[in-house]
Design a binder for this molecule. Sequence first.
Ligand code: GDP
Length: 594
Amino acid sequence: MSKTEQKTITLPYSLSVRELAGLLSTSAVTVIKILMSNGVMASINQQIDFDTAAVVATELGFEPQLFQEEEVVEETGEIPLWRRVILEEDAKNLEPRPPVVTILGHVDHGKTTLLDAIRHTDVAGGEVGGITQHIGAYQIVHKDRVITFLDTPGHAAFSSMRARGAQGADIVVLVVAADDGVQPQTREAANHAKAAQVPIVVALNKIDKNDANQDRVKRQLADIGLQSDDWEGDTFVMPVSAKAKKGLDDLLETILLVADNLTIKANPKGACIGTVVEAQLDKSTGNMATLLVQNGTLKVGDVVVAGEGTGKIKAMFDQRNKRVSKAGPSTPVVVMGLNALPEAGDLFQVVANEREGRAIVAERKAEREAKRHTKRATLEELFSQYKSGQAKDLRLILKADVQGSLEPIMNELEDLGEKQKGLAIKILHAETGNVTESDVMLAAASNAIVLGFDVDIDQGARRLADAEGVSIRLYKIIYRLIEDVQKALNGMLEPELVERVIGKAAILATFKVSKGGTAAGCRVLTGEMRRNAPVRLIRAGEEIVKTEISSIRREKDDVREVREGMECGITLKNFEEFEVGDMLECFVMEKFGG
Ligand code: GDP
């Protein structure tokens, strides 16, 4: 398409795939496919930034333009909740707090090396003798002032965490390698920071390299609106070598200077709120989450809600693994006591008591479930939509072990489509290999179902399918697959039975039982465990066995079920090789779609 025919389109700093499709008057599937061909995996509700959206818009013949900053902030309410909480505090209660800094930049430009180098500038930390452990955030002392660094994973190819990282921080350090210059992720990070209205300090890294060209990079930075201060701009561009540990003091100095020009305050006695930096299950201690306190003071014994987890904080640890009893604004701490793992980027809040915590979580879960059920697309549902005229074709995504099985399946399905008057079977995507996240995303966006022949489902794909409500059917025999599609077309397919997880428990101990055999001492982390219900035992993320719960004991009594937060002894049918740290997932089989 020639330039003159291009229509301009104004896009915000960030928008969801669905919104972009709407603005470009195209389908979300088209957008997802273009993103995929550019190496970006995105689901229909995922936020993408301007640069990424611009690529899609350009491919579709539009000339993209960036929305004005003020309008975006109003439009999308980008001010994070924790900032709003601070804004609502009475000014006289606000006290200065350490600035929170996040390091962003293109892959391989030196983020990790710089974070490590800065960590080691902290002489005080070294003197205390504690080895700093990786908890997703750390604090250093520079010239008697504390700075908090978020150590977020910068390598994810495309991550909302990056956007959230920018939102959790007061200052973004944008790392740009002096030999490689401004790259796509540099622009993306700059846009995230601008969208979140977070000031940027540029760390012009790798100046020790022979092919480093600072002037060239400063020109490129000016082109993306980051005019260097020595070129009469207002962005500090600090030359550093993370590897040779050069320029670090000046960089830290600049960070403090920028911080001084911002009002970085919070009320240590106010409502306690903050962001989840990281969360993981520890084999011996259970759920561990790193929380960055942003307002108020978090204390041992407080009840918090974080994502879909809640609980009373049993213990807190700092970055040196030292027990602490409280943590004020801008302090990262690892907490123990949540009954479920939140996700990085989730907000956390202190609530009045455990009942309130459970109620909030129950509400969040119900919301998510409701969303999931309205979105479910099964073979049966799709067919009934077709019959009622809502859908004009039956959309399938096919995965098979080898090309040799893909072809006959496709041929047979096409034949089937032709035999059905007026009904189109549309194969959106056919490929060899396991069912992956991108298959599920495509299916979610296009209301398709995924059929697999002699393949498995990747773990991430299974989780995503569950969240997005995508139906995946696996087959070992070709004619059964064809038969199912045929039955669906005739509206005769038996409703699919799906697993619904009703509870998870962690195994904390094992012990012999009087009748002989071994029982697992468990704590129910979420939901409930039921006697006689099917259960799977998971070790290090892998399913070890799928069986049934044969007995549950609370103290001395046999019981039918145990709920969240309780401890119990569980025996399984035909399995007793428990190991501490194993997880039990109890589920029920449910019909849907029929
Ligand atoms: P990240 O992907 O942005 O986290 O980048 P890394 O920190 O992993 O660095 C990528 C590569 O660049 C590594 O091989 C580093 O050793 C190297 N590197 C990082 N900083 C410098 C630097 O200042 N000078 C030189 N010469 N190499 C560096």
